[in-house]
Design a protein around this ligand. Structure first.
Ligand SMILES: Cc1ncc(COP(=O)(O)O)c(C=O)c1O
Length: 357
């Protein structure tokens, strides 16, 4: 069932300004070898790892709208935060550079993670981002409130340095900081429409979308897009860090903000937000043998690299759902590749040791 025609939803999206940042539509293709090997549904891939900004990834689709907002508000610096090897921070810094905006990054360094210039941290450095590293405490992850308090201090400093700074909330989809609409999730409503149009042009109707879910914006955008134009499509978000109950509530909140911003006047039943927390493995960012094996399997079968923190876990989920019979030959599943491959390199020792024993 459709609540609204896809062309009508596109008109609503067009009311949000966005800058030219990515090569879209990103590719959509069938994974022939994976489909044959797994013996379940037809498997397709949507390649948002190939958005074309920096090393590609879902954050650049979101940043099209966020950078426009920064320019609209006449800001000349963007401040955001996340962990040391954050894909979000790299993409924000690269997008900011493209539009002459100064990138200021607050990176939280977990105890035990080397602070060498590698992976995304190396790429941040090449972009000459203003990098502030905050050391973590043993056995404890920084809370959102603590991080935001640090950002507020940096915001004041940036003003003293002569900037008009914009505080972009982590992940780009929470209403907060300088952002009064869930712009990142709006980007993924558009991501869903783009995928839907590509499939329709090929005469294909997909039944499921499987993707890695971390701060909620990608899932919220895909869920709202599907609920609006074709609610037979089932979006499955694979949580990489949080338990199902609390994460479902977080995604729901972003969905409601997104529907409000787009003035979509229908109800979103709770069951539309399908979060799976069975694939957390040993926790956020812990690279297990199973993750390494799926990286290899995908590369060997399709010549496609996944990342060890997000998309590797989502692919483990896809294969498991086929094994368990939830996804069958009657289905057509899209694996939404959200990028993150620069994170392979800081994990090279773990990956090589798991793949050589
Ligand atoms: C590579 C990659 N995939 C998926 C995600 C999850 O996206 P979201 O934060 O929108 O849930 C992220 C970021 O958290 C990411 O960096």
């Amino acid at each position: 069932m459709a609540h609204i025609a896809s062309c009508e939803l596109r008109k609503k999206l067009d009311r949000f300004g966005k800058v030219d940042l990515i090569y879209a539509p990103t590719p959509f293709a069938r994974l022939e070898n994976m489909t044959r090997e797994l013996g379940g549904p037809e498997i397709y891939i949507k390649r948002d790892d190939l958005t074309g900004l920096a090393f590609g990834g879902n954050k650049s689709r979101k940043l099209q709208y966020i950078i426009h907002d920064i320019i609209d508000r006449k800001c000349d610096a963007v401040i955001t935060w996340a962990s040391l090897q954050s894909n979000w921070c790299l993409q924000t810094a690269a997008a900011a550079r493209r539009y002459g905006i100064a990138p200021i990054l607050l990176l939280f360094s977990p105890v035990g993670v080397p602070e060498e210039f590698d992976g995304n941290l190396l790429l941040d450095h090449i972009l000459d981002a203003d990098i502030h590293i905050q050391k973590g405490e043993e056995g404890r992850i920084v809370t959102m409130e603590e991080a935001e308090a640090h950002v507020e201090v940096l915001m004041r400093q940036a003003m003293e340095w002569g900037y008009t700074p914009y505080h972009a909330p982590i992940g780009g989809s929470f209403v907060g900081g300088s952002m009064d609409r869930p712009l990142g999730a709006i980007g993924y409503v558009e991501g869903f429409l783009e995928l839907y149009d590509q499939a329709q042009r090929q005469g294909l109707s997909f039944t499921h979308v499987i993707h890695a879910s971390g701060s909620g914006g990608t899932q919220a955008g895909l869920v709202v897009g599907a609920a609006a134009v074709d609610d037979s499509v089932h979006i499955i978000g694979i949580s990489v860090s949080e338990g199902r109950k609390s994460y479902t509530a977080l995604v729901k909140g972003i969905c409601l903000d997104t529907m409000d911003a787009l003035k979509l006047g229908f109800d979103l039943p709770d069951e539309k937000i399908d979060v799976r927390d069975d694939y957390l493995q040993a926790g956020y960012g812990v690279v297990t043998k199973e993750v390494c094996e799926i990286l290899r399997k995908t590369a060997v079968l399709e010549g496609i690299y996944l990342d060890p923190v997000y998309t590797g876990k989502a692919m483990i989920a896809l294969t498991d759902l086929i094994k368990k019979g939830e996804l069958t030959r009657d289905h057509r599943a899209v694996f939404y590749h959200t990028g993150g491959t620069a994170a392979l390199f800081p994990h090279r020792k773990t990956i090589t040791s798991h793949l050589t024993d």
